[in-house]
Design a protein. Structure first.
Length: 168
């Protein structure tokens, strides 16, 4: 493998791993505390309307369902995790990949709240930072919890990936 391919493989693995950690934390929170998980099918529905030029909805739950919306949403969820891992590596560089630190990973995870607060939630009809939901504070806290878990996942997964026999 060449260095660029190795870098891409590491980023993909870190993004998938971090997203899986986030999902495990969300599933655990649901089972232990009844905290609802994100509905990735609704994200898929939102994305599924993009080809028709519709990027904003009054309520994504009331929008016309899209074939394969669950698959689209879950795929987008994991591709987003990979993209965020790429942002982390762009900031931290290959030196971060050789010696991952939790501060940068958590910082990137939390900073990425910008996307759901200002793009996804408004586009799906929930308002900026879930301001139009029945309980905005709870929705914001859930988003923060997810992104902290994701940031922790970036760090933990990088600790594993650093030991893979891929020279960097």
């Amino acid at each position: 493998m060449n260095n660029m391919l190795e870098l891409i493989v590491r980023i993909v693995l870190i993004g998938i791993g971090a997203t899986a950690v986030m999902d495990i934390v969300a599933l655990t929170a649901k089972r232990l505390f009844g905290i609802p998980m994100s509905d990735w099918a609704m994200v898929g529905r939102w994305i599924g309307h993009f080809p028709q030029g519709q990027f904003r909805h009054a309520s994504i739950a009331k929008a016309t369902p899209v074939p394969g919306e669950s698959v689209i949403g879950w795929a987008a969820h994991y591709f987003t995790g990979i993209a965020y891992a790429a942002v982390l590596v762009a900031i931290g560089g290959t030196s971060w990949l050789r010696s991952p630190t939790p501060v940068l990973a958590l910082g990137v995870g939390i900073a990425m709240l910008v996307a759901p607060f200002f793009i996804m939630q408004p586009g799906m009809g929930a308002g900026i930072a879930a301001s139009k939901t029945p309980n905005p504070k709870a929705a914001r806290l859930r988003s923060l919890m997810n992104h902290v878990a994701f940031g922790l996942g970036l760090y933990l997964t990088a600790l594993v990936v650093v030991h893979l026999p891929l020279p960097l």
